[in-house]
Design a protein around this ligand. Sequence first.
Ligand code: 5CA
Length: 430
Amino acid sequence: MRLSQSLIPTLKEIPAEAQIASHRLMLRAGLVRQMASGIYAWLPAGLRVLRRIEQIVREEQDAAGVQELLMPTIQSADLWRESGRYEAYGKEMLRITDRHERELLFGPTNEEMITAIMRDAVKSYRDLPQMLYHIQWKFRDEVRPRFGVLRGREFLMKDAYSFDLDYEGALIAYKKFMLAYMRTFQRIGITAIPMRADTGQIGGDLSHEFHILAPTGESGVFYDAAFEAGDAAGETDIDAFYEKMTTIYAATDEKHDLAAWGAVPEERKREGRGIEVGQIFYFGKKYSETMGFSVIGKDGSRIFPEMGSYGIGVSRLVGAIIEARHDEAGIIWPDAVAPFRAAILNLRQGDAVTDKICDELYARLGADALYDDREERAGAKFAEADLMGHPWQIIVGPRGAAAGMVELKRRATGDRTELPVEDALAKVLG
Ligand code: 5CA
């Protein structure tokens, strides 16, 4: 994209309404704008990040054998009356009435709907197990929407659901999702730690939250430094992986167990704050029984499937990644989710030599590059590139350009090296 022709409305001033770094930076870097309390428009650069995260999440769900479908945002109240959650959900649910006085709602999650779909389609034990997911906007009328997209009212979630004939099957599904989640976060370029958690509105008795460490996190977390290695997803045996994830100590303050904590060696004890970017639940027959979803077993008996649900906060991740990866100057995007892989900074726009090199770089890098072709001071271009957090900056100044050289800056380390155009391209593309 050419910056001169793009809608990337960066701000120099610090927006007064934003209390934490990620919110300030998302506004300042022109990624989002608030349209109503807790409701955001995703501007072009922000949408690119959201889509990249969504795509990694999708690929890892697909790789784990989970099938994608798409359920609507609007649901009928009657569906939720079947599980008893229509009344129980309370004020967080946005309730809507249509022109025929029919009661609808904007879905905060989809356990009821997926159970109804399965109830209609699946009749025999032969049709199970199944795992399904979708990536869809949710609405929760939070009492206190805050911190930008971290706690919004409208937000993008990947939610998945598993259906099994027995507890053993359901536990295998739970383990598969835990592994898929660790792989997803590793690919995104962040360390997330699974922690035993309460089940809240969703219900059930087994649950883990996945937390990214950041000082501004809403939850207090306690964990064993063994999690800092960040190589958990490399484990190939799923049972060994699950055993490891659930025996090394990690808990949110709600579930903190002082006895177990005492057994962690002093030098490995870590306390901090975390942002919950995902949560998985096993809740057995809670929805299959209340909603009358059963299949005929091998011996002709009626079996109510064992279920679990598995969420990732896709839009929350954008803010959470920035909380974990920024400095005074701006965002430091991990390569995998950056809106642009590289910025091309033309330090003398209109100069035949710098323009020629920049055009060539832009042609080679294509949509992965943001070309700063504005007639701006070099200082302003540097500051804006740092703010936007592109993993690479290719700086093209008149002196180097005359000799076919450019400067390559790595945002994460600040390292700058002068090198020939081809070598810079090879590094950025490599
Ligand atoms: N049905 C289950 C799992 S599919 C469910 O709804 N789980 S949840 O309530 O834990 O939400 C899943 C994820 O969505 C959370 O881990 C969090 O990352 C994200 N999320 C929840 N509420 C919000 C919110 N108000 N704003 C942004 N993200 C949110």
